[in-house]
Design a protein around this ligand. Structure first.
Ligand code: SAM
Length: 196
C-alpha cells in the first residue's frame, strides 16, 4: 500500500523532474506550524501548481478547507490527480482560472500568495478583501532565491525587472498602514502580514 510519505515524495520528485517550483521544506513547515498555532481553518491559495502546498496544508488538520487557484493546464491536471490520491477532493477546491478572473465572496483565515511574483501587489490588493478580521496573508519567495539581496548575480534584463517588482512589493508591504508585516528569512523568504 502506498502511504502518505511516499505520495509526498513522489509529488516532490515530479516537481523536480518537470521544473515545477514548489515551496521549500522549511517554508511549508513554518506555514503548517502557523496554521496549527493560529487555529486556521479556511485557506485561500493563489498558485496551486501541482497541489503540493495545498495538500500539505490540508493534512495539518481535518477541519481545514482550501480554495486554490491555478491557470496552467498541465499543472492543474496534475493537481487534480494529486488531490484525488490524498482523498482531499472534499476539502480542497481547485479552480482552473487566472486568479484575476476569480471572484470570491467567502472569508479566509489565511491567504497564501504564491503565484506570479511580479503580480504580488495586485494579488494582495485583490484578495485582502476576502481576509477574515483577524486573518493573515503569507507571501512566499520574498528573497527570490537570494537574488533580491544580490542583484549583481543577475544577467537577464527580464529577471532584473522581476526582482525590482519583488522589491517594490516588499516596500508596498513595509509602508502599508493597514497591515503589519514581518519578513522572515525562512525558506525562500516569507512575508507574514496581519491587519492592524
Ligand atoms: N504553491 C505551490 C506549491 O508550493 O506547491 C507552488 C506554486 S508555483 C510557485 C506558482 C504557480 O502559480 C504556477 O504554477 C503558476 O502557473 C501559477 N500562477 C501564476 N500566476 C497565476 C495567476 N495569475 N493565476 C493563477 N495561477 C497563477
Amino acid at each position: 500500500m502506498v502511504n502518505t510519505i511516499d505520495l509526498i515524495k513522489k509529488m516532490k520528485e515530479y516537481a523536480e523532474d518537470n521544473n515545477v517550483p514548489i515551496i521549500t521544506d522549511e517554508g511549508i513547515n513554518y506555514i503548517r506550524s502557523y496554521i496549527k498555532e493560529n487555529n486556521i481553518k479556511r485557506i485561500l491559495e493563489v498558485g496551486a501548481a501541482i497541489g503540493y502546498s495545498s495538500i500539505l496544508m490540508a493534512l495539518t488538520d481535518e477541519e481545514i478547507t482550501i480554495t486554490t487557484i491555478e491557470r496552467d493546464e498541465k499543472r492543474y491536471l496534475e493537481a487534480v490527480k494529486n488531490i484525488k490520491k490524498f482523498h482531499l477532493e472534499e476539502r480542497i477546491t481547485l479552480l482552473y482560472k487566472d486568479a484575476f478572473d476569480v471572484e470570491l465572496d467567502e472569508e479566509f483565515d489565511l491567504v497564501f500568495i504564491d503565484a506570479a511574483k511580479a503580480q504580488n501587489t495586485r494579488f494582495f490588493e485583490k484578495f485582502s478583501k476576502n481576509l477574515a478580521k483577524n486573518g493573515t496573508i503569507i507571501t512566499d519567495n520574498m528573497n527570490f532565491h537570494g537574488l533580491v539581496e544580490d542583484e549583481s548575480k543577475i544577467e537577464s534584463r527580464n529577471l532584473r525587472a522581476l526582482i525590482r517588482k519583488v522589491k517594490a512589493y516588499h516596500d508596498f508591504l513595509e509602508n502599508n498602514e493597514d497591515y503589519k508585516t514581518e519578513f522572515l528569512n525562512i525558506g525562500d523568504g516569507l512575508a507574514v502580514s496581519k491587519p492592524i
